[in-house]
Design a protein around this ligand. Structure first.
Ligand SMILES: NC(=O)c1ccc[n+]([C@@H]2O[C@H](COP(=O)([O-])OP(=O)(O)OC[C@H]3O[C@@H](n4cnc5c(N)ncnc54)[C@H](OP(=O)(O)O)[C@@H]3O)[C@@H](O)[C@H]2O)c1
Length: 317
């Protein structure tokens, strides 16, 4: 927070969940522990892997972009940390099962599982009507993939005497509606609701769950347009919100501003829908979204579910 303007600090105090600033406390929570971070190649996941490894964690990093993942893991090791890179595509069920089996074979246990990987899509439903694959990729990465990974690791967590699961949900699920983000928000909300039930069943085995309803993170996911200009956490600050989830193990975390919104949202739902509808009518597609859609429809291989700048070689397993 040092060097930030007062208005930036105030904005973060309202739109961001709390951060863990005490590195000694992080070290106490993760030193020597096996911590799985999905989506560790970029953004919040990468920053989280770096922060936890710097505080003694054995970090298991997973994502699709092999070279980037290997590069980040090598940098962590060069700095004296312990990091292992595993290619993983959450959309591929077999790859998820193989990943879970390899992690348990290689490390014997999982102490912390961070469901960080995610993919956003802001696109008119009429455009998605031309692209049913939008629906499949959203469900795979944001809902079925993390669900399958949880199922594959839960028995070992129980047999190991307990663990902690952090789900990076979105504060957006608490809005009454999210025009153009329907697939993304529905999948994030669906997985979180499932995991909240898992939390009730698993706590008797020492497995605790934190739902972290993230506000805006200034990552490649929202790197363009009006969304990018709204106040939010840098990936490094966002990593400290994940660290807070690990050190304090709250059941839920959310931006402070959303607490007030939640209280008011039942009464405000109808007027909010009107405001969101007007806003959506004026906002239109971002330039990045236009470009990604045009490229995908032309069959030139761009990632249709990306509003950002995903790059690099990808692997399914
Ligand atoms: N950015 C925001 O404003 C915001 C707000 C609320 C919640 N969130 C959530 O925060 C989390 C982190 O997002 P971020 O902002 O850091 O975005 P990001 O920089 O785009 O990172 C997303 C990560 O997920 C990985 N990923 C994407 N598809 C995958 C797949 N099929 N299989 C495995 N890994 C996959 C990506 O790696 P590869 O491309 O290499 O696979 C990347 O490492 C996400 O769950 C997101 O939904 C973000």
């Amino acid at each position: 927070m040092n060097g930030m303007r007062l208005d930036e600090r105030l904005a973060l105090a309202v739109v961001g969940p709390p951060m863990e600033h005490d590195d000694a406390r992080i070290r106490k929570a993760v030193d020597g522990k096996v911590v799985v971070v999905t989506g560790a190649s970029f953004g919040q996941g990468e920053a989280t892997a770096r922060l936890l490894a710097a505080n003694g964690a054995i970090v298991v990093m997973a994502a699709r972009t092999r070279p980037r993942l290997a590069e980040v893991a090598a940098e962590i090791r060069a700095a004296g940390g312990r990091a292992h890179a595993y290619p993983l595509d959450l959309v591929n069920p077999d790859a998820v099962d193989r990943f879970a089996a390899r992690v348990l074979d290689d490390h014997g246990r999982v102490d912390v599982l961070i469901h960080n990987a995610g993919k956003s899509l802001r696109r008119s439903v009429f455009r998605s009507a031309l692209r049913p694959q939008d629906m499949e990729s959203m469900v795979g990465v944001n809902f079925l993939g993390p669900m399958r990974l949880t199922l594959a690791l839960l028995p070992a967590m129980r047999d190991g005497g307990g663990a902690h699961i952090v789900n990076i949900a979105s504060a957006g699920v608490q809005m009454p509606t999210a025009p153009r983000w329907g697939f993304y928000i529905a999948c994030k909300d669906g997985f979180d609701r499932w995991l909240r039930s898992v939390a009730m069943e698993s706590k008797r085995y020492g497995i605790t769950v934190t739902s972290l309803y993230a506000g805006h993170i200034k990552s490649r996911m929202v790197a363009t347009g009006w969304v990018a200009m709204s106040p939010g956490h840098t990936p490094e600050q966002a990593a400290r919100t994940v660290a807070y989830a690990i050190t304090r193990r709250p059941r839920t975390m959310q931006p402070r501003g959303f607490t007030a919104l939640n209280v008011a949202r039942t009464a405000l739902a109808a007027p909010l829908e009107v405001v969101l509808s007007i806003f959506d009518g004026r906002a239109g597609e971002t330039a990045a979204s236009e470009a990604a859609f045009a490229a995908a429809m032309a069959g030139r291989g761009a990632d249709p579910a990306s509003g950002g700048t995903a790059t690099g070689d990808r692997a399914d397993s």
